[in-house]
Every structure is written in structure tokens, then in C-alpha cells.
Design a protein around this ligand. Structure first.
Ligand code: SAM
Length: 472
């Protein structure tokens, strides 16, 4: 017998009481079952169309708003509601901060059951808009249509656009006129690149057919006013590429560095592609405190530069370095944290899987005349072994800053074997951090957790936890 089809239904008059992971609103039905609702604010009273039913929860979308919450703000972006990027713009920033504190608390203490000595108040961001130093946009020959547009026979989706992927939809691109996440000249550059492409009659990518000349672009800006542009093309037509990029340079004199790549793969990722240097410097310059970084086109760098300094200051404070420690910095990127703490420890050893990031880390080391940092390229789960620790000495402090999936189980096992007296765990996903903290529980207690808001207007949140090796 097949599974019974779920029949959609509307539940009226529900009051949104909080915000859960991924930014969804939370309310309950008459039986007390949790319902996650898209695009609402706590305090809203809404009629909800339930579109998904699971054993422990329901999921729904707003069909009608009976009363808007008193805690709502006017969204400042014309793309709010259609762009999935800044889902919290309708919530005042002070409230966003409160909800994020709850999101971390829920993920770590309530759901994760992690015991925390001191759960600190979130560090807010001084600049809640135009705070990002990097954005990626996609070219597409089809525009994503809103629900209303879809039902209007006079509106066509055949249009060359340059903007963001809709969250979770690889083939839906929203045309962006002005984005409030990255400071100028980001908008100026993107809009000019679209206009030049149309003027030159270039084709925009067709994601479904996998055809078209222009595919993606990444803009990186820095507090030192350098601007890097990376473009990916779907076809290797050198003369067309040169004509296009020369015109882009001509109209955007502020560019300090341009790379491009040819991507004929099915996916958009850049990490396995060769970057061809086209103009200016190969890297972009940035500072974190006194440490100068040159960032290559493929290197991960914290996307909110000013708030990254606050985040790393928390790491430093939690690590309590005296100058004598052997520190491991796992998932080091281009060595940001390693180089930031190098003047306060005896030695720091960084591991990162992207080779070009490690090359950048080594260059950054020389540039800053740092003599006590060593870097290795490779997967942490393969590099971090007992032989590695015999070679470099047992760590006194391990700093770990994994991607959203958290640490590989082999890495957690290795940390349990290494028994560093202290671990400072930086995370961009509290639920995977909770999982890892629980795995480390047999030998470590969590002394403190500090949430840091790096991404205002979104549900994303960074947390730093400090763990101490249990003595008995
Ligand atoms: C959240 S970033 C942190 C980077 C760095 N700590 C910083 O603050 O700039 C995670 C980093 O881990 C790297 N990474 C992801 N999986 C990895 C793995 N299995 N082994 C080593 N590095 C990995 C990514 O390339 C990225 O640079």
C-alpha cells in the first residue's frame, strides 16, 4: 500500500512566538505541535497553509496576515521578499540579535543538551548593512518570476539577468538592481557588467541547457579600497573574453585585480578550476588588526572584515595565550586566525584543504615577518595524526573553525586522543557544533560560549566555544 497523500490545510489565527534555525517563525497548533512558518516575525498573527507534515512538526506558509507584529521594521531593500538573501530585514536589528541568541541557546542547550558554564550575550554588529566584502552573482537568460508575475500572461521570463540564485533553486536567478550587503562599487560594477554584456550581444547562461557565454562573477572589496573581480565563462572564446573584460575595465577604473576561469562543468563551484590572471594585482589587500593579508581569488576570507576582528579577539581572549603555547589552527583558510594569534604563542600550525589558500597563508606569513607559523595543505582528517603531533609537538591549544558541516568524526577522535588542555571551537552552524561538543564531552567541559553576529539581516550566526580538558 502506498503512502497516504498529505492533504494541505489552513490553520487560522496562529501567533508566531519565536524564530527557529534557518530563520523560520515558530508557532503551535491546538495539540501543541510545532509549526515552522516562512517569512514571518514574532508577534504576527497569521493564517497558515500547512504544506508539509512530519511526525514531530508541521511546515507552512502564510496565507493571510490577521495582525502584523508591533516588532516589525520597514524592509529597506527593493528585493526583500523575492531575494532569499536578507530574510530578517522586516525585523528590527535589536530584535534580530535577541532571536539569534535564542537560536544558539536552542541549538546548543535545549536541543543539543550541551552543558555550558557561561553563555554570554551575543556581540552585535555595528554596521547592519553593507558589511560584506564578497558577493557572487549569476548570469542567466531567464529571470525568476514572482508568484504574481507567473500568473500574468503578459510577463515573460525570457530576459538576460544578473543577480542571486533563489535560495535552494539552482535554476532561478533574481535580477538585482541594488544589494545592501556589499559597499560600493559592488552594485556599480555588477550593473555595468550586465549593461556591457547586453551591448556586446553576449549570451547569458542557460542553467537547464548548460549553454551560454557568461556564467558567474565574484566581487571582492576591501577596507583598503582595492576591488577584485573574478568572472567565470561557460565557453573558452579568448577574443570575446578579452573584449568583454577590457570594456569592463575601461568603464570601472577602480578595479585593482581581475581573474577569469572557464567553467564547462555542471556545477558553479570555482575551487577546482584554474584561475587565469587578467589584470592588475593577483590578490586583494586586507587587514585584520595589524596583520596584513593578501587574498587570492580562491581563498576563504571572513566575509565581514570588521566583525571578524571582534570574532578573532574573542578567540584570543578564550585561548588565554601566554607566549609559550603550541597552537594548532584547524581549517585555517589563508591563516587568518593563525596569523592573528601568532605574536601571542610559541608556535602555530595551520591546516587547510585548499592548496592556494595555504600558499596565500605562507606568503602572508612572510609579508608580516611572522617566523613561528607553519602551514599544511590537506584534509584535516588525513593530516592531523599522531605522527603529525609527534613531529610538531602536542598542542596546548587547538583552535578549530570548520565549515558548516562541522568536524569529521575522525578529527573529533583525534582531538580526543591528543588531549590538548584547551580547544577553542569557532562555528558558523550551532547544530553541528552541538553535535561535536557532545562527542568531545567524554574528555572536555564547555566553559564559555560567545555568539557573534557576523551576518545581520540573515539567520546566520557565529559562535565561539572554549573547552577545557577534564582533569579526572
Ligand atoms: C569557516 S572557514 C574558516 C577559515 C579560517 N579559519 C578563517 O577564519 O578565515 C573553513 C575553512 O575550512 C576549509 N575546509 C573545509 N573542509 C576542510 C577539510 N576537510 N580539511 C581542511 N580544510 C577544510 C575551507 O576551505 C575553509 O577555508
Amino acid at each position: 500500500m502506498g503512502r497516504r497523500r498529505f492533504k494541505k490545510k489552513v490553520i487560522e489565527g496562529l501567533t508566531i512566538t519565536g524564530i527557529a534555525d534557518k530563520g523560520k517563525g515558530v508557532c503551535r497548533d491546538e495539540t501543541g505541535r510545532v509549526i515552522f512558518v516562512d517569512d514571518v516575525a514574532p508577534g504576527d498573527v497569521v493564517d497558515v497553509l500547512i504544506y508539509k507534515k512530519r511526525k514531530a512538526y508541521l511546515q507552512g506558509s502564510v496565507q493571510h496576515v490577521q495582525k502584523y507584529s508591533d516588532d516589525r521594521a520597514e524592509p529597506f531593500c527593493e528585493h526583500f521578499g523575492t531575494c532569499g538573501g536578507c530574510k530578517f530585514q522586516h525585523i528590527p536589528y535589536e530584535k534580530q540579535i535577541e532571536y539569534k541568541q535564542d537560536i544558539v541557546d536552542n541549538a546548543l542547550r535545549r536541543i543539543g543538551k550541551v552543558e555550558i558554564g557561561e553563555f554570554k550575550n551575543i556581540l552585535p554588529c555595528d554596521e547592519p548593512s553593507f558589511y560584506r566584502n564578497k558577493l557572487e552573482f549569476a548570469f542567466s537568460n531567464k529571470r525568476w518570476l514572482t508568484y504574481e508575475e507567473l500568473n500574468n500572461p503578459e510577463v515573460s521570463n525570457v530576459e538576460d539577468v544578473l543577480g542571486f540564485h533563489r535560495a535552494g533553486a539552482f535554476d532561478k536567478i533574481l535580477n538585482v538592481n541594488k544589494c545592501h550587503l556589499q559597499p560600493e562599487p559592488s552594485n556599480q560594477l555588477r550593473n555595468s557588467m550586465k549593461a556591457i554584456a547586453i551591448e556586446q550581444g553576449l549570451t547569458f547562461y542557460d542553467v537547464r541547457k548548460q549553454t551560454g557565454f557568461l556564467r558567474n562573477m565574484i566581487v571582492r572589496t576591501s577596507t583598503t579600497h582595492e576591488v577584485m573581480l573574478n568572472v567565470s565563462f561557460g565557453m573558452n572564446d579568448k577574443s570575446k573574453i578579452e573584449d568583454y573584460l577590457n570594456e569592463v575595465l575601461d568603464k570601472n577604473k577602480f578595479l585593482t585585480c581581475v581573474h577569469y576561469t572557464i567553467n564547462t562543468k555542471l556545477n558553479d563551484s570555482w575551487s577546482d578550476l584554474e584561475m587565469i590572471h587578467f589584470f592588475g594585482k593577483k590578490t586583494i589587500e586586507e587587514y585584520l588588526g595589524d596583520v596584513k593579508f593578501e587574498i587570492g581569488p580562491k581563498s576563504f576570507f571572513q566575509t565581514n572584515t570588521k566583525q571578524a576582528v571582534r570574532l578573532f579577539d574573542v578567540v584570543k581572549e578564550f585561548a588565554e595565550l601566554s607566549g609559550e603555547e603550541n597552537v594548532y589552527d584547524l581549517y585555517t583558510g589563508l591563516g587568518s586566525i593563525a596569523l592573528y594569534v601568532a605574536d601571542q604563542c610559541k608556535q602555530v600550525v595551520g591546516i587547510e584543504e585548499i592548496e592556494s589558500a595555504i600558499e596565500d597563508a605562507k606568503e602572508n606569513c612572510k609579508r608580516n615577518d611572522i617566523q613561528n607559523a607553519i602551514f599544511y595543505a590537506g584534509d584535516v582528517k588525513d593530516i592531523l595524526t599522531t605522527e603529525f603531533s609527534e613531529k610538531h609537538g602536542k598542542p596546548d591549544v587547538v583552535i578549530t573553525d570548520p565549515p558548516r558541516v562541522g568536524m569529521h568524526a575522525k578529527v573529533v577522535d583525534m582531538l580526543l586522543q591528543l588531549e590538548a588542555p584547551k580547544i577553542v571551537y569557532v562555528s558558523c552552524k550551532p547544530s553541528t557544533q552541538a553535535r561535536d561538543l557532545n562527542l568531545l564531552k567524554e574528555k572536555y567541559e564547555v566553559l564559555k560560549v560567545q555568539p557573534v553576529d557576523m551576518f545581520p539581516q540573515t539567520h546566520h550566526i557565529e559562535t565561539v566555544a572554549v573547552l577545557k580538558l577534564r582533569t579526572s
